[in-house]
Design a protein around this ligand. Structure first.
Ligand code: FE2
Ligand code: FE2
Length: 473
C-alpha cells in the first residue's frame, strides 16, 4: 500500500492511527515544528499561495499532485517507500540475513547518530535559505525555492519519525534538539560545517542545490541500502524528492551560464558586469568553492567508522546490488594517493576502510555528468568558455588532504603558490559583494532578473509566466 492517508493530522502511509503512542508523540512534536517553521522558515510569504507539489502516494505517479497552498498549511508527513517482501541484508558481515524491522541493541547508538546527523542537515538548509525569497530573480524561481524548503522540512519529518518510532526517549530528545540548533549559531550550530555557511545569494543557492543536495543524494542512497529497513524505506522515498532539488540547482547554474555568455558577447569589452551580468569566471569560482565544500561532507578517505558501518550492514555503497559483485569486501583493497615528502604516492587501504572515498567517487562521477551538460549548453552558445570541476584534493578541510595545498588539477603546491592563485580559484570578497549587489527581487510574473536566462519550460507543464506564487495573499 503506497497510498497516503491525508485524513489524519499527520499525513502518513505507516498506519500511524494504529500506533497511538507514536501518533501522540508526533502530534506533540508537530506544533514545535510549526513554530520552528514560522521562526526559521522562509522570511515573509507565509500567507502567499504557492504552487507546490505534494506527494499523494509513494509510487512514480505520486508526484502528480500540484496545487496552491500557503506554506504553513503544507501537508508535511511520513512517507515511506513500500516494504520489499523478504528483503535481505545486501552487504557486510550479515549479508543474506533478513533485514531488521527493529534496531539491534548493539547498533542503536551508531544508527541514532547517523539519523540525527542526516536529520540535522534538513532544517539547517531551510535556515540557510530563509532570506532568499526577498531577492528571487523571478516568481518561477521563488516557487522552486519554496518547494525545496518545504521538502527539506518534510525530510526532517522523515528522520524524526525514525527517532520517535525506534529510539525511545533518547530519540524523542534528539527530535527536540533538531528544532533547537540553528545554522551558523555560535552556541548551537548545526552539526556539519557546510550547513553553517550562509546562503546570501542565488548563485550560492544554485551551487548548494547542485553540489550539497547531491551529497545528500549519495548519503541517502547509501542509507537506502541499510539493513535497518525503516531507514532504508524512508531514504528511498526521500531520494525522489531530492531529484527536484538537484534539478533546481543544475538548471539554475545553466541559466546563469547562458546569460553570462550572452552578456559577455554583448559587451564591447567582453565584461558582462558592465551590463549587470555575472562573469563566467565568477561562476567557475563558486563551483570550485561549493564542490570542494560538498566533497568534505563524505568524511575521511580512510575511516574505521565507515568500515564498521559497512561491516555491520548500516551503510552500503551506492547501488550496492547493481554496481558491485563482492558484497562482503573483506579481501579487497583500494589504492589512494597520499602525500609523502611533497610527492603523491600510492597507498593500499583495506576496501572497507575506503568506503567514504568510494561513495565520494560515485558522487564525483555524477557531478562530472552535470558539468558535461553545462558545457554542452555553453558549446551551443559558442562562447569559448568551458566550466571544469576541480580535483578532489583541491581546497579540502576534511580528510586526507586537509591542511595541504593543491592546484585545481590536484598537483601538490606550496602554501605560497596556493595563496598567490587563491583569488583566481575561489570567490573573493569583491566577487561576493558584486553578486550580492545583483540580488534584487523580480516579482512580476514572467519577468527575469537580468543576470539569469529564463528556464526552458515551466513547472508541471505550465508556462514560465505562470503565476507560481500569488504574492498578494
Ligand atoms: Fe533533504
Ligand atoms: Fe534537498
Amino acid at each position: 500500500m503506497s497510498g497516503i492517508d491525508y485524513q489524519q493530522l499527520i499525513p502518513n502511509n505507516v498506519d500511524l492511527s494504529n500506533n497511538r503512542r507514536l501518533q501522540r508523540a508526533l502530534e506533540k512534536w508537530q506544533p514545535a515544528f510549526l513554530d520552528w517553521w514560522q521562526d526559521m522558515g522562509p522570511e515573509g510569504f507565509q500567507t502567499s499561495d504557492v504552487y507546490l507539489r505534494t506527494a499523494v502516494s509513494t509510487d512514480a505517479e505520486g508526484w502528480a499532485n500540484f496545487g496552491f497552498v500557503q506554506m504553513p498549511e503544507y501537508r508535511w508527513g511520513i512517507f515511506l517507500a513500500d516494504r520489499e517482501k523478504d528483503r535481505t541484508i545486501g552487504f557486510g558481515d550479515h549479508a543474506g540475513k533478513p533485514v531488521w524491522q527493529e534496531v539491534p541493541g548493539e547498533y542503536r547508538n551508531v544508527l541514532q547518530r547517523i539519523i540525527v546527523t542526516q536529520g540535522d542537515t534538513e532544517p539547517a538548509s531551510v535556515e540557510q535559505q530563509r532570506f532568499l525569497g526577498k531577492t528571487a530573480p523571478s516568481v518561477y524561481d521563488l516557487r522552486n525555492l519554496f518547494q525545496v524548503n518545504v521538502e527539506e522540512g518534510r525530510h526532517l519529518w522523515a528522520m524524526v519519525y525514525l527517532l520517535h518510532g525506534y529510539f525511545g526517549r533518547d530519540g524523542r530528545e534528539e527530535a527536540e534538539t533538531l528544532l533547537e540548533r540553528r545554522s551558523g549559531d555560535e552556541d548551537k550550530p548545526r552539526i556539519l560545517d557546510a550547513f553553517n555557511q550562509t546562503c546570501p545569494d542565488w548563485l550560492t543557492f544554485f551551487c548548494f542545490t547542485t553540489f550539497t543536495d547531491r551529497d545528500g543524494k549519495y548519503q541517502l542512497a547509501s542509507l537506502a541500502e541499510s539493513a535497518f529497513d525503516p531507514l532504508s524505506r524512508t531514504c528511498r522515498f526521500m531520494l525522489t524528492e531530492e531529484a527536484h532539488h538537484m534539478f533546481v540547482g543544475e538548471r539554475g547554474i545553466q541559466r546563469v551560464l547562458r546569460r553570462s555568455a550572452e552578456l559577455t558577447k554583448e559587451d564591447s569589452n567582453g565584461d558582462p558586469r558592465n551590463l549587470g551580468g555575472i562573469r563566467l569566471q565568477t561562476v567557475q569560482k563558486y563551483v570550485n568553492y561549493w564542490f570542494s565544500y560538498s566533497i568534505d561532507l563524505f568524511g575521511s578517505e580512510i575511516s574505521s567508522n565507515a568500515a564498521d558501518y559497512f561491516a555491520n550492514g548500516i551503510k552500503g555503497r551506492y547501488r550496492e546490488n547493481d554496481l558491485w559483485e563482492d558484497h562482503v569486501a573483506i579481501e579487497a583493497s583500494k589504492t589512494l594517493k597520499v602525500l609523502k615528502d611533497d610527492v603523491l604516492v600510492d597507498s593500499e587501504v583495506p576496501l572497507r576502510n575506503a568506503m567514504n572515498e568510494i561513495l565520494r567517487e560515485e558522487y564525483i562521477k555524477d557531478c562530472e555528468l552535470v558539468l558535461k551538460r553545462w558545457n554542452r549548453a555553453l558549446d551551443k552558445l559558442d562562447c569559448g568558455f568551458r566550466i571544469t570541476l576541480p580535483n578532489h584534493r583541491f581546497h579540502r578541510r576534511q580528510g586526507l588532504y586537509a591542511g595541504q595545498f593543491y592546484d585545481l588539477e590536484g598537483t601538490p603546491i606550496t602554501e605560497e603558490q596556493f595563496n598567490a592563485k587563491k583569488d583566481d580559484w575561489l570567490p573573493t570578497d569583491d566577487d561576493r559583494l558584486y553578486v550580492h549587489s545583483l540580488m534584487k527581487p523580480v516579482y512580476e510574473h514572467g519577468k527575469m532578473a537580468n543576470w539569469i536566462a529564463p528556464p526552458a519550460r515551466g513547472i508541471n507543464k505550465n508556462e514560465v509566466e505562470y503565476e507560481y506564487v500569488r504574492l498578494d495573499g
